[in-house]
Design a binder for this molecule. Structure first.
Ligand SMILES: NC(=O)C1=CN([C@@H]2O[C@H](COP(=O)(O)OP(=O)(O)OC[C@H]3O[C@@H](n4cnc5c(N)ncnc54)[C@H](O)[C@@H]3O)[C@@H](O)[C@H]2O)C=CC1
Ligand SMILES: [Mg+2]
Length: 328
């Protein structure tokens, strides 16, 4: 942790670490993935020398390597960076050219995959790192200018901040919005909803952005009231997650109860396509579905992937229900 912190603060130490680092490639925010023998997918990690060789082979400038952004450290203590080989105007002077994505895919025996789809097939342990990498790359792309003065900004070598010529410092976490995500239960069933943009058949927990001045409990109660017209009680915090889509959100996961006498839904059609109560049996079968449903074989209920906090809240609820059924 301390070493990583030094890399964030010292450009020279960071540039030196980059020469020995592991680099995850992206193309226009889609990570480069490779299928494993077990049929799952993993991120392709290259060494700096491999990236330099690739840049040379595909006719790009070697300095593109310096556009890499620090993302963390592996369990084997190897420093990890990410690099978007697509067009990227976030890196002055004008950003270097774009590599041909197909040529990169062929050279690395992988494919650039939309991360939202990738979450269904990735090794669970890699998902948060790729989500963080994508969010940081997107942040650089959208933070080229200072919102207060309009001046261009320049990044530090780690890519953990950008500074304008007047000295304003921009930080990625300042662009992260807190969101309450709440799994509502009436004691027997849980409430799941779908937005029009969800893949067919997919339902998730209710979620909404925190407004200024609200506590997590207040956001959760307001969102449930706005979206389905129910009054919740006993909002309890469970767990949190960074979520990169469509912009970084800090998801605060909680459970809440409604009285079994007041479960009639009044769905806000502007926000949701549908909301329904699901039984433990519905949820148990849906939790067993793995990967992406085959075309034309959509299951009756399809849940967000394991990597999404909604899946964790639903799993917790199902375990709690099974526990109380046994106990009671
Ligand atoms: N990881 C997970 O399991 C899940 C993540 N989510 C994420 O939660 C987030 C919030 O869920 P929604 O139901 O869409 O929120 P929502 O119910 O607050 O509605 C979205 C609307 O809120 C407004 N809004 C207020 N503050 C905003 C901000 N800081 N950024 C963007 N829009 C803001 C916009 O008008 C937007 O159209 C989404 O980004 C979604 O991707 C949602 C469900 C599951
Ligand atoms: Mg919502």
């Amino acid at each position: 942790t301390r070493y990583l912190n030094r890399l964030k603060q010292d450009d020279d130490v960071c540039a030196e670490a980059l020469q020995r680092a592991q680099i995850l490639l992206f193309h226009r925010l889609s990570p480069l993935l490779q299928q494993t023998e077990r049929g799952t997918f993993r991120a392709v990690a290259l060494t700096s020398s491999e990236v330099l060789a690739l840049l040379e082979r595909l006719g790009s400038d070697r300095t593109k390597l310096k556009e890499s952004v620090l993302i963390g450290c592996s369990e084997q203590d190897q420093v990890q960076f990410c690099l978007d080989v697509g067009k990227n105007s976030a890196f002055p002077p004008a950003g270097s050219g774009e590599l041909d994505p197909v040529a990169v895919e062929e050279a690395c025996d992988g494919a650039f995959v939309d991360l939202k789809k990738g979450l269904f097939v990735l090794r669970t342990s890699e998902a948060p790192l790729l989500a963080k990498a994508q969010a940081l790359l997107r942040w650089h792309h959208t933070s080229r200018f200072c919102a207060a003065t309009g001046q261009p900004t320049c990044r530090n070598q780690a890519g953990t901040q950008r500074v304008s010529s007047s000295g304003s410092v921009l930080l990625p976490s300042a662009q992260m919005s807190p969101v309450a995500i709440v799994l509502v239960s009436d004691g027997q069933r849980c409430l799941l909803a779908r937005q029009p943009a969800f893949p067919p058949g997919m339902y998730s927990a209710l979620a909404g952005f925190c407004e200024l001045g609200e506590s997590l409990e207040e956001t959760a109660s307001r969102e449930v009231a706005e979206e389905v017209g129910l009054e919740v009680h006993s909002v309890s915090y469970s767990c949190s997650q960074h979520w990169p889509f469509p912009h970084s959100s800090f998801m605060l996961g909680c459970h809440a109860l409604v009285s079994p006498a007041h479960t009639q839904l009044h769905v806000d059609q502007a926000e949701l396509e549908d909301a329904r109560w699901f039984s433990l049996q519905d949820v148990t079968s849906a939790l067993q579905v793995r990967g992406l449903p085959q075309r034309g074989h959509a299951p009756p209920l399809w849940l967000p992937p394991k990597q999404a906090i909604a899946n964790r809240l639903i799993t917790e609820w199902a375990e709690h229900q099974r526990g109380s059924q046994k106990g009671g």
